[in-house]
Design a protein around this ligand. Structure first.
Ligand SMILES: N[C@@H](CCSC[C@H]1O[C@@H](n2cnc3c(=O)[nH]cnc32)[C@H](O)[C@@H]1O)C(=O)O
Ligand SMILES: [Zn+2]
Length: 433
């Protein structure tokens, strides 16, 4: 497998697509042909051996470098988890840590069939360097938190402007900048409005946490007189380029507003259940009102992995359980949330297994137990398999994993382990001072 990519043509032979055994030809990073007739010369030939072919997946809400904090703090309520555990350790993060933590996240995502993701964190120029090296697609935002303090707001504005220009200077169409106003309880309305205006001026996306907990909503109403959705709207943050993560504690007016504005609601079921936020995103109401619907894992510290196959299953099951409906969020809709919808939410064209689309492709092992029997490949993908069944991944036609091999995996794991050791050492030294 080549570690760099120069638009090689790829021929994938004998794979299962919607019940048919076909070949897939990739030319110039796009699907050129899908069918028995697909063939001809190719720089790379992959024997599918009947593997199940699916579109590449998009994780629309994560804090990628939180891989370094996996398992560091579990079984806590959100506010205590953030203030007592997560933020004190994050204070010691360096750019190098985020470079290795993001590479580890990319490795984990590639191995489980994700080709693109939506990130909000610190040192995002380092995250961009990691994404560029790993060959994935991403929308990257600096997590803007001003804590209602004017001086901190100025610093967050400068950090956001710096990140956007450094990403735009990379000229990598697979890596997009965005603004990342964290949430209504950590960002002033001046800060929220600045983010909205800057995203409009720069024509870039918006990535924000919305209505994750009941406390967020009640505190917001007590403080401003209106609900978080209305605060975001009056600051100009609800747009068709907005991905709002969580969207759990929304009422029907909130859902109507998100639908009217064309916002994408990113469902993060595992994180919501792990942090016991107490309510499932109102999937049915948001769908009825026309909001975009996509899927995310949140960070590794509130999941604790980045496996979008698990996320599809938990989304389908949580919606059925919470809304008492065995038919809500069927497998096909869960797969659409995790692929084409997610790509669209981030302004990418991929996540679709169709001629002309960018070649985002995942092959699942046909011989895996979770694919035996194979009555329905989509049912198995959502309800039976997890990311462990993924054998081969292409992103815009670039082979990121072939037959379970990701080039440079050992180096990424070693680098991440060293970063974790340094981070814990610095945190320990500060605690014992
Ligand atoms: N400039 C900001 C950086 C924020 S990055 C995004 C933040 O979101 C935090 N985070 C992770 N998961 C969640 C969640 O589920 N809800 C809210 N915040 C989260 C994460 O730990 C990180 O601190 C600062 O000065 O803190
Ligand atoms: Zn989050």
């Amino acid at each position: 497998m080549k570690e760099s990519y120069n638009g090689e043509d790829v021929l994938i032979k004998d794979v299962e697509v919607q019940g048919r055994r076909v070949n897939i030809k990739v030319e110039g990073g796009r699907f050129a042909a899908i069918g028995e007739e697909a063939g001809g010369e190719a720089d790379v030939v992959i024997e599918g051996r009947g593997a199940v072919a699916l579109p590449g997946l998009y994780n629309t809400h994560t804090h990628a470098a939180m891989t370094l904090l996996r398992g560091y703090a579990d079984d806590m309520l959100l506010q205590a988890w953030l203030s007592e555990k997560i933020w004190p350790l994050e204070a010691h993060l360096t750019g190098e840590d985020v470079y290795w933590g993001t590479q580890l996240a990319c490795l984990e995502m590639i191995r489980s069939g994700t080709v693109g993701f939506n990130d909000m964190y610190f040192f995002m120029d380092e995250a961009a360097r990691a994404v560029d090296k790993m060959g994935m697609k991403a929308q990257l935002a600096y997590g803007f938190i001003d804590l209602f303090d004017e001086e901190k707001r100025e610093k967050e504005i400068k950090a956001t402007e710096a990140l956007v220009s450094s990403i735009q200077a990379m000229n990598n169409p697979g890596i997009k900048a965005a603004v990342g106003p964290h949430a209504v309880y950590t960002v002033s309305e001046e800060g929220l409005s600045w983010c909205a205006e800057f995203s409009r001026q720069q024509n870039i996306g918006i990535h924000v946490h919305l209505a994750e907990t009941e406390q967020e909503v009640t505190d917001c109403v007590a403080k401003t007189g209106v609900r978080p959705t209305q605060v975001l709207d009056r600051c100009g943050l609800l747009t068709p380029r907005t991905v709002a993560a969580h969207c759990c504690w929304l009422d029907s007016d909130d859902c109507a507003l998100l639908g009217d504005r064309g916002v994408f609601a990113s469902h993060n079921p595992t994180s919501n259940m792990k942090l016991a936020v107490g309510r499932a995103m109102p999937y049915g109401l948001l769908k009825e009102r026309g909001a975009g619907l996509c899927l995310g894992t949140d960070g590794c510290s509130s999941n604790n992995n980045l496996d979008m196959f698990e996320e599809m299953k938990f989304a389908a099951l949580l919606q059925k359980f919470f809304w008492h409906s065995p038919t809500i969020l069927p497998a096909g809709e869960a797969l659409a949330m995790a692929s084409a919808n997610g790509a669209e939410a981030l302004g990418f064209k991929g996540g679709r297994l169709e001629v002309g689309a960018p070649a985002d492709l995942v092959l699942l092992d046909r011989r895996a137990a979770c694919n035996t029997p194979l009555y329905n490949a989509v049912s198995n993908a959502v309800y039976a398999c997890n990311g462990g069944a993924v054998t081969t991944v292409l992103c815009d036609g670039r082979v990121l994993m072939q037959d379970g091999v990701v080039p440079g995996e050992a180096e990424v794991l070693d680098g991440a382990r060293q970063a974790i050791a340094g981070l814990l050492e610095r945190h320990q030294a500060s605690v014992s001072e």
